[in-house]
Every structure is written in C-alpha cells, then in structure tokens.
Write a protein that binds this ligand. Structure first.
Ligand SMILES: Nc1ncnc2c1ncn2[C@@H]1O[C@H](COP(=O)(O)OP(=O)(O)OP(=O)(O)O)[C@@H](O)[C@H]1O
Length: 633
C-alpha cells in the first residue's frame, strides 16, 4: 500500500513566529543551550514511551533499549539528534511543532518590549524548547514516527524558522524522532564531536538514559569499522537515585532546568530519601522567579511522578498544596503501582501522607533559606510572596509555620518593601506590648500617612503595613502568631492594654465632657455612620474612620465588587480628636447650618484619608470652596 505523501505547507501560529524571531535575535549569547533543550525533549519522549509500554509492551517493537544518539557531520554542517522514544503522529507534529499550546501565551507575548536583553529574560521564564534549534540552524528537519504506527506513517517536517513549515508523510522504519539541524555558516562548531561531548557533559549528564556519540577513531582511515560504533558519554542514571553527597551543585542545577523547563538556576533544593512505611525519594526545587502563568488557574503545576524510576506523569498536583504550586521537582515512589492514574492518586490515603510530608519539607527548606541566605529569601519573597499568602487559608495545620515565613512592610522601615518577618517584629516589641499591630490599605503611600498611625508613632510602636490585594483576606485567616494576637488598628475599639494604662482615665473624662458634641455630629451624619466617638488614636488629625469590629474592610469589599458580588453593608464609626482646633471650633459653632457643613467636610476628609471614594465628591468640593472663600475674605 502506498501512503499519500500529502505534502503541505502550513503557517506557524502567530505566537510561534514572534517567539522564533525573538529567540534568534536575543538568545545569541547562550546559544549552546539548544542542545540541552533537544536532549531534554528526547528524554521526555523516551519516558513517555516507557510509560505507555507498561500497558502495551508491543510499542517497544524490537528495540527495548532506549537511548539518544547525537552525531555531527562537519562536511555537511549538520547535527543530528535521534531518539527511539514515543515519536509523533502527523497530527501531533502539526500541533507540537506549529503552535504553542500553553495558555496565556498571547498575553505573554504582549509583554515583550523589543528590548532584547529584557526580552531574553522573559523568554527564559516562558521556556523555548524545540524552537531553540533555530538559534544555530537555518533549516531544521524532523523525521518522526509514533510508536505503534506503521513504518509508512512516518512524518517529515521541515522549516527554516521563518513563517511556515512543510510536512509530508514518509517511510520511517524505526520509531522515534530524528532531528537534523542544518547549521548556520558561523555555527559549524556544533558538528564537532569534542564540542558536543563537552556540552552534553555540562548540561545533560543527569539525563537518565544513555546519550551516545559516535566513537572517535584515531589512526589509519582503513582501521575504522564499517559501521558507526556508539559510546555513551553521560552517566545515565537517574540523578535523584544517587546519594546526596555524590551529586554536585551544578548537576542539581542542570537537572532543575530539565524538569522545570527553566533557563536559570533554582534558589534552593531539597533531596530526600524516605524509608519506612512509605518509601519514596523526592527532589524539590524552589525556582528563582515566577513563571508567567503563576496566577492562571489552568496552568500546569505539580511534580514529575516516577514509580521505581519509571516515569509516570508530569504535573502530578496531588503531592503539594496549591499555595506551593511554584515548587518543581520529582517524586519517585516505591509503593505505588505502575498503572497509577490521576484518579487513583486523588483517592489514595498514602498520597495524603506523602503530601503532608512533602509540604513540610518545602516549608523547612524555605525556613532554612530565610535563615541562612536572607538575600536569596528576599528574592524568593518578591517572586512568590503573594502565593505564599494563600497558605494560611489553605493549610490550616501549617498556619503558624507559614506565618513565620511571611514578610511585611512596616513603619520601622522607610519603604514599601516587604522585608519584616513576624519574628523580627516580636523581637522589637515595646515593653508591655502583647499584640501584633497591622494596618491594611490599597497603597503604601496611603497607609504610610494614615491618621490611624498617629498614636503608634507617638508611643513608638511598630505597625505592619499591608497593601497587597490579598492581605486583608490573609489576615482573616491568621488570628495569632507565637501566642500574640493580631490587631487591625483601623478596626473596632483600639485597646492598647498596658501601653496606655495611665491615659485611660483622662480619656474617659474627655469622652464624657464631649458627649453633646458627639450627639450633634451624629445628628448631622445620621445613618451614614454607626457611631461617633472620641478617639484615642489621633494626635494630629481631627478625625478618622474606623471599621466596625465585625465589618468588612475596604480591600475585601473591593475584591468582592470586582468579582461582581455585593459586599455586605458596613457602616463606619467616626472617631474625632476633641483636642484638635477644628473640633474646638466645631464645638463652639452656634449656626447649625455651618455646623453641618463643617461636620460633613470632616467626615469626607476622614473617608478620603482611609482611601475611600466619596459618595458625593461634588458637594465636598463645593463646601470646601465655600470655606476657603470665607477664610480668604
Ligand atoms: N523528540 C521528541 N519526541 C517526541 N515528541 C517531541 C519531541 N520533541 C518535542 N516533542 C513534542 O513537541 C512538544 C513541544 O516541544 P517544546 O520543546 O517546544 O515544548 P515543551 O517541551 O512541551 O515545553 P518547553 O517549551 O517548556 O520546553 C513537546 O511537548 C512534545 O510533545
């Protein structure tokens, strides 16, 4: 039977074109990584075959020994990378080598600036894979046949990496994929055996199947064997099975790049072998930066799962909680069955206990990083802090441990960087202080000057400043740390406990003396406020808005509104500072209309300082202008 070669020319998806263009122009300084990417793909393809062959041994055909072969031809200026892994069908070739399947790709591409240096960083975070072949080649041919398909159902793909590729059906007796790079004139060094050997050693020694190069022959041409002899140039054992002491840092780092599809080194890793009731090995990495799709729900996450060194699946998400979704690595179990599926993983109680052990490992690794390498931890926090803040809500059992890893901006610093840990806060607590004070808001510039901080400044008490969108929600899941309660200083009656004992009586007396004034103010504001009280928080400002003890804060209300939900109504309390000249003037004001105008200005100003949008900004401006005109007369 002859198969219709059905040759066709197809266009790359727009994003592929952009990626290719960018890669060729910006990855130049690090061009040899293309080989690592192609070897990494060949290794994944072999893993996939081994896995599928568990259920269908016939897929191995007559060739059960999986390996990767790499050979350069200096005369022809070609470099060939060949694997006998799973291969691809025609449809798979079109899908995999013509498009980028990752969700969010188009949005990612829009972030590119045209500045090659910046973009090459972004692209690293995106992962370039197969297309990196075009950094050194001006034409790439792929010959592939999926295991299980007939020899005549091979596929040849060819492209010069510009706008399009051609694809045709060809005979390919051996299963797997052969990629032929036609090297650019200036890149012929990549056809040289010694150069290839050294790149493989550098980047791919950890690959667990043999990577073979043609054996080099010295001496007479006539002594050469007729057929190419191959020799393995890598160690070819799964890196995680080796004892920790025998694995070099560089090897851990290269292995990370393979499993994480990252271009840069990880910040930290933790390699452990667990024996006993459950036996497994884990190698977990903390990446150096966030992937572009960290906040996309459907983005793949999880570990690479192996069972007794046989690859089972990518993105096994059952082994870590969602808030640790940025962790990369492998877990290799001795107990699971080779035909374990995602559904089984979800139900297996053994997985739950592995999940809690692995979660603890990650948290321990982060604690260690924070303690021993604070600069690296700061980098970590910058990349993943917001995700870690999801932790206390998701992982009740580790709440305290996660809280210890959180970092905040604080009144003790002069900038908005999140750098203060709760332990540092506790160490710096004033005498008599038994609470952890914090203030939430939309922006650092807004909370930094909040009237709520006045009394704390006067008494020299540190307050944590929380302005991340998720912070208020985070704090609703944290009630204490190391036995010390968290207190939102913009909420309810502020009780500074021992810190203000001596002021208490004086405060009560003032409150009593000002009862009439408070009533008059409440009379003007009516249902807009829950109550009007004398404040103990203020030293300089005339008034401040306080959230009801059980009311919802501004941040949470905004989040709810942004998702189209109606936030429950929550009326603020207006606290006034009776020693402020404005309040004294107000108290003395006999004209009720003028009293009402001034009161409204006071209230609107307090709302503005709290970061609220005014209900009726026009009236506020009118009143204020009238006052200014009067003053300037
Ligand atoms: N040697 C190969 N054998 C079989 N399939 C392959 C091979 N090389 C690539 N593929 C297929 O093409 C797809 C795209 O490869 P590519 O390297 O572009 O991306 P990736 O490996 O999925 O991710 P990344 O871009 O992060 O490296 C792979 O997911 C795989 O399905």
């Amino acid at each position: 039977m002859t198969v219709d070669a059905h040759k066709e020319t197809l266009g790359f998806q727009t994003e592929v074109k952009q990626l290719l263009h960018l890669m060729i122009h910006s990855m130049y300084s690090n061009k040899e990584i293309f080989l690592r990417e192609l070897i990494s793909n060949a290794s994944d393809a072999s893993d996939k075959l081994r896995f599928e062959a568990i259920a269908k041994p016939e897929l191995l055909e007559n060739e059960p020994n999986l390996r990767i072969r790499i050979s350069g031809d200096e005369a022809a200026k070609t470099l060939t990378i060949e694997d006998n892994g799973i291969g691809m069908s025609r449809a798979e070739v079109i899908e995999n080598l013509g498009t980028i399947a990752k969700s969010g790709t188009a949005a990612f591409m829009q972030q590119l600036t045209g500045d090659q240096k910046k973009d090459s960083h972004l692209i690293g975070q995106f992962g370039v894979g197969f297309y990196s072949a075009f950094i050194v080649a001006d034409k790439v041919e792929v010959f592939t046949r999926r295991a299980g398909l007939k020899a005549e159902e091979g596929v040849r793909w060819e492209s010069s990496g510009e706008g399009e590729f051609t694809i045709e059906t060809v005979d390919k007796p051996e299963r797997g994929t052969r990629i032929v790079l036609h090297l650019k004139a200036a890149e012929s060094e990549f056809a040289d055996g010694w150069r290839l050997r050294s790149i493989i050693k550098k980047y791919s020694d950890h690959i667990s199947l043999p990577i073979e190069l043609p054996k080099q022959h010295f001496g007479e041409e006539a002594d050469k064997p007729a057929e190419t002899e191959w020799e393995s140039v890598n160690r070819a054992s799964a890196l995680w099975t080796r004892p920790r002491t025998e694995v070099k840092d560089e090897e851990y780092q290269e292995f990370y790049k393979h499993v994480a599809h990252d271009f840069e080194n990880p910040l930290s890793w933790s390699h452990n072998k667990v024996e006993g009731k459950l036996e497994y090995t884990s190698l977990l990495y903390v990446p150096g930066r966030a992937p572009f799709d960290l906040y996309q729900r459907e983005a793949p996450r999880g570990l690479k799962l192996y069972v007794q060194r046989v690859f089972i699946m990518d993105d096994a998400e059952q082994f870590l909680p969602l808030y640790l979704r940025f962790i990369k690595g492998v877990v290799d179990s001795n107990d699971l069955s080779l035909n374990v599926s995602r559904e089984i993983l979800q139900k297996d109680p053994a997985i739950d206990s592995m999940k809690s052990a692995l979660t603890k490992r990650v948290l321990d690794m982060l604690e260690k990083l924070a303690k021993n390498e604070p600069e690296k931890y700061a980098e970590f926090w910058k990349a993943f802090g917001s995700v870690m803040k999801e932790g206390p809500a998701e992982d009740f059992a580790n709440r305290e441990k996660i809280a210890g890893l959180l970092r905040f901006a604080s009144t003790a610093n002069n900038d908005d960087s999140e750098s203060v840990s709760l332990d540092t806060y506790l160490e710096r607590m004033s005498e008599g202080q038994d609470k952890i004070y914090y203030l939430t808001g939309e922006r650092y510039s807004q909370v930094k000057n909040s009237p709520h901080l006045e009394i704390f400044r006067k008494k020299n008490i540190e307050v944590l400043l929380l302005t991340d969108r998720i912070d208020e929600w985070l704090m609703s899941h944290l009630s204490e740390y190391q036995g010390k309660q968290f207190v939102d200083i913009a909420r309810g009656d502020l009780d500074l406990g021992k810190l203000e004992e001596e002021d208490k009586q004086a405060q009560e007396e003032v409150a009593k003396a000002k009862e009439d004034l408070l009533k008059r103010i409440k009379g003007v504001l009516g249902e807009e406020v829950d109550a009007v009280k004398v404040s103990h928080r203020l030293t300089d400002s005339p008034a401040v808005l306080v959230i009801n003890e059980d009311g919802m804060g501004l941040q949470m209300r905004k989040i709810l509104e942004a998702t189209g939900q109606k936030a429950p109504e929550s009326k603020p309390i207006l606290e006034v500072n009776p020693t402020h000249p404005l309040l004294e003037k107000l108290d003395a004001e006999q004209d009720e209309e003028r009293f009402a105008d001034l009161t409204r200005i006071l209230f609107d100003q307090a709302a503005l300082a709290a970061g609220e949008a005014l209900q009726d900004p026009g009236s506020y401006v009118r009143r204020l202008n009238a006052l200014l005109v009067e003053l300037s007369k």
